[in-house]
Design a protein. Structure first.
Length: 312
């Protein structure tokens, strides 16, 4: 049986497909996403307290290679097998090379519920993988298109690194690391204890949003829709291989597998929309949030876990 938080996503998805009047106000959603990112950051910072080592930089460098490998692997598939235009191919490699914060939260909850060990620095994987694929996607577009990328690299770095989620995640890590599990317990315990409840409500909204992306379904893009359904299971192996090569615990390998299998629906759309005006952002959202995200949170994560157990 799936983790209970996943059922809230399913509830939102079904409600949206049935055209229910169930809605979550934008202000409430913004608050939920704020609490979720801050809670994740604090949990990671608390675990890092008194456990920070120099080999962390080497580990994060290895993790960052995922954001480079995946775009280079899937660009020819999108371009020549799925027959996507250059603009959409570059856009989609940026989306699928970058990562999903929602998937990250679900796999962290899954690992916690199943007592799967993971490193404290696993929280930093999300931040590490936000940017590399977006840069690679823009470089690919610049190489194969006659048009120039609209935004400059320095602007892209600024927009991505000052993204609300990144700021909250890194800020939470720093605060948690500074104060540890005891000094700031009167504040941090409130955030960490309500993590799964906040995640459940966040996933309810994600279900409603995913349902919206499915209306109407562009069946003429069936090759890309099929890619969105199949890609997570192939891309997860990139994360598994990197995780096993780094020698990180089982839970951290599972997080890398799930992130590699995911696609961004926050950072990448914001960056690509202005950088590649010809890219179909609606199509990218349909694929990443309407198809890939449900597959990962409903069936993918347990499958990746089973594969890791077989390979370990």
């Amino acid at each position: 049986m799936p983790d209970i938080v996943v059922m809230f996503f399913l509830l939102g998805l079904v409600a949206g497909l049935l055209k229910s009047d169930l809605t979550i106000p934008k202000a409430a959603y913004d608050t939920l996403s704020l609490l979720l990112m801050l809670s994740i950051g604090l949990k990671g910072g608390l675990a890092l307290h008194d456990n920070l080592e120099w080999n962390l930089l080497l580990e994060l460098a290895g993790v960052a290679t995922i954001g480079v490998i995946i775009p280079l692997l899937i660009f020819p598939i999108l371009r020549f097998v799925c027959r996507a235009e250059i603009a959409n191919s570059a856009s989609l490699v940026a989306h699928y090379g970058s990562v999903s914060a929602g998937t990250f939260a679900v796999v962290i909850a899954y690992a916690s519920s199943n007592n799967i060990p993971l490193n404290a620095e696993t929280t930093l994987y999300l931040v590490t993988l936000e940017l590399p694929a977006i840069i690679v996607g823009l470089l690919l577009y610049r190489m194969f298109s006659q048009e120039k990328v609209a935004s400059r690299q320095i602007e892209l770095w600024h927009e991505t690194l000052t993204n609300r989620g990144v700021v909250l995640l890194l800020g939470g890590v720093i605060i948690g690391y500074m104060y540890g599990p005891n000094s700031g317990a009167d504040v941090t315990s409130l955030f960490t204890s309500m993590f799964k409840a906040v995640l459940a409500l966040f996933l309810l909204e994600m279900g409603l949003t995913a349902a919206e992306t499915l209306k109407p379904i562009p069946w003429d893009k069936w090759r890309l829709l099929l890619f969105a359904a199949i890609a997570p299971f192939g891309l997860s192996f990139v994360g598994i291989c990197i995780g096993l090569a780094l020698g990180v615990p089982e839970g951290s390998v599972l997080v890398l597998a799930s992130l590699a299998a995911s696609a961004s629906y926050i950072a990448a759309p914001a960056a690509i929309k202005t950088a590649i005006p010809k890219a179909d952002i609606g199509l990218a959202m349909l694929m990443s949030l309407g198809i890939t995200f449900p597959i990962n949170v409903l069936v993918g994560i347990p499958i990746y876990h089973a594969v890791i157990q077989q390979l370990s």
